[in-house]
Design a binder for this molecule. Structure first.
Ligand SMILES: Nc1ncnc2c1ncn2[C@@H]1O[C@H](COP(=O)(O)OP(=O)(O)OP(=O)(O)O)[C@@H](O)[C@H]1O
Length: 510
């Protein structure tokens, strides 16, 4: 490929960030950071939530223009004005969120992503070429299926395939396995690793999972609070040494022991049925009871009705039939009932489902409570200083990394948004807690803190319903575990007696 006068080398590309600094106003998100990703290597980028990982890769991809510093591609300095310019150089990125168009087929998504799509597409010819391309690829996807009809795991594979189809030679993956089952994660990373070893590709992967770093990466770069905290060969490091570099002298939250008595049933579901957006049955005759002082975990591959079940409990979706009772009272998920029964909700995608993005961190913490004493006096008049003090206390207690309490919550990193919602939802008395994938995308220090908070709520007597795609998390926290498959609860076991193979079999529908 020729860029201006400068020919780029063939094969996998190396990318370096040199002395990179990025300021947002007064705030220094990256401070003189160095990153060296060798051509044909699998490089991991580690760091706590808010350490600057996304900012660094966005500077490389031309989404941001670094305040200072350079990007070298194939050993040559490049000015990457925008993502299009990065694509021309052969750099691609797979995001945490999906970018495929759900209403189109996989084939349409791939072909239309190209820069050189003709005005009239010869689909017969394109399909033939796509099939030939797929035959060379390590994983398969159904070309004629609509993206809305395929599983999250298949979608993620399509996102990666799209980048390979577009002939990227340097691929950035932002937490690529968060939507995959452990089996799928190993499959996808294993295949990508094989492409790296085969000399086709260079990979830079943002991850929070040490297991993946140890198993698949050659080298690692670790950021802490916008600064380079360490780098090196993975074979010279251990998860402990990497963790230490990530958190520095910070103390990890220690999870309290499981104590206390199991009490009365607090959350009861009886023959609950609900539909998905397309009108198909998503939750089918689900009956379940969660008692005070108990964590009941719902395991399952994503897309088996867990999302719709949580939406019904949160009042975001109508049940078709069945009954929900909270502490004996029939429950319709109104705000008043949630308040009366001291129910808390940690939903998925908190920035979308549990926050107002343009509002400040402090206001988002107070949001749930802002119309009640001591925050309200005289109806609409808000006692700002009362909820301001409360917010500042919670920001410290939940270690929320925000420049000021007045920073809009949308400017926080994912982990810190999650901590903010946690501070609001667990900051008061909780009798029933419903948590859906509460640690999705969080670093291990945040995970430790959230697990500790959930266990503490249980120990104080809360009934906890924990929906998670992470089996390790479920086994660590749950007292009882049920498996959801095709909208039904198909298996139940005490977590202390759980057999992983048995759970896996039920998750797969056997
Ligand atoms: N557009 C922006 N404006 C202002 N501040 C920003 C912006 N983007 C990021 N930041 C701040 O820069 C810091 C680094 O954020 P970044 O998203 O790079 O972290 P991260 O390491 O990717 O975190 P996570 O693991 O949570 O995704 C955070 O404190 C964040 O609030």
């Amino acid at each position: 490929m020729i860029i201006g006068e400068t020919p780029l080398p063939d094969g996998p590309l190396g990318v370096d960030a040199v002395a990179m600094t990025m300021r947002f106003g007064e705030f220094v998100a990256l401070d003189n950071v160095e990153l060296k990703v060798r051509p044909g290597s699998f490089h991991a980028l580690l760091g706590e939530n808010g350490a600057g990982k996304s900012t660094l890769v966005k500077c490389i991809m031309g989404y941001y223009h670094a305040t200072e510093g350079d990007v070298l591609v194939g050993g040559r300095e490049q000015t990457i004005a925008n993502p299009k310019a990065a694509h021309v150089l052969g750099l691609g990125m797979v995001y945490q969120h999906f970018t495929l168009v759900p209403a189109m087929t996989v084939a349409e998504n791939l072909v239309l992503a190209r820069n050189d799509v003709p005005a009239v597409v010869n689909w017969a010819k394109e399909k033939k070429e796509l099939e030939a391309f797929l035959a060379r690829m390590p994983f398969k996807v159904p070309l004629d299926a609509r993206v809305s009809d395929i599983s999250a795991g298949e979608r993620q594979k399509c996102e990666i395939l799209k980048q390979l189809y577009l002939k990227r030679r340097f691929l950035i993956l932002d937490e690529p396995t968060s939507v995959l089952t452990p089996g799928e994660a190993d499959e996808v990373l294993g295949m990508l690793r094989a492409m790296v070893v085969g000399g086709d590709l260079t990979i830079l992967m943002i991850t929070h999972k040490f297991r993946e770093v140890m198993a698949f990466a050659d080298e690692v770069t670790i950021l802490r609070r916008g600064k380079l905290a360490g780098s090196g060969k993975v074979s010279d490091l251990t998860p402990d040494s990497m963790a230490r570099m990530m958190i520095g002298a910070e103390e990890l939250t220690i999870q309290p022991a499981r104590v206390g008595q199991v009490g009365e049933a607090r959350l009861e579901l009886e023959k609950l049925n609900a539909l998905d957006d397309a009108g198909a049955v998503a939750v089918h005759d689900v009956s379940l009871s969660v008692r005070g002082g108990e964590i009941v975990g719902i395991a399952g591959v994503s897309g088996n009705g867990q999302r719709q079940l949580v939406e019904v409990l949160a009042g975001q979706r109508e049940a078709e039939s069945g009954e929900i009772r909270v502490i004996g009272d029939v429950y319709h998920a109104s705000r008043e009932e949630m308040r009366r029964h001291k129910m808390s909700l940690l939903p998925e995608e908190p920035l979308k489902n549990a926050c107002v993005g343009g509002m400040s961190v402090a206001d988002n913490i107070a949001f749930r409570e802002f119309d009640r004493a001591p925050f309200a006096s005289g109806g609409w008049w808000l006692n700002r200083s009362a909820f301001r003090d409360d917010a500042e206390k919670k920001i410290a207690q939940y270690k929320i990394k925000t420049r000021t309490p007045d920073t809009p919550i949308s400017a926080l990193s994912g982990g810190n948004v999650q901590r903010t919602v946690l501070a609001r939802e667990l900051g008061g008395d909780v009798e029933v807690l419903i948590a859906a994938n509460p640690c999705f995308g969080l670093d291990f220090a945040a995970v430790a803190q959230i697990h500790a908070e959930i266990m503490a709520a249980r120990n104080r007597g809360a009934a906890v319903l924990l929906v998670s795609e992470d089996l390790d998390e479920l086994l660590e926290l749950s007292d009882r575990l049920v498996v959801m498959f095709h909208g039904q609860l198909v298996y139940e076991t005490r977590a202390s007696e759980a057999d992983l193979t048995e759970i896996g079999r039920h998750m797969a529908g056997h």
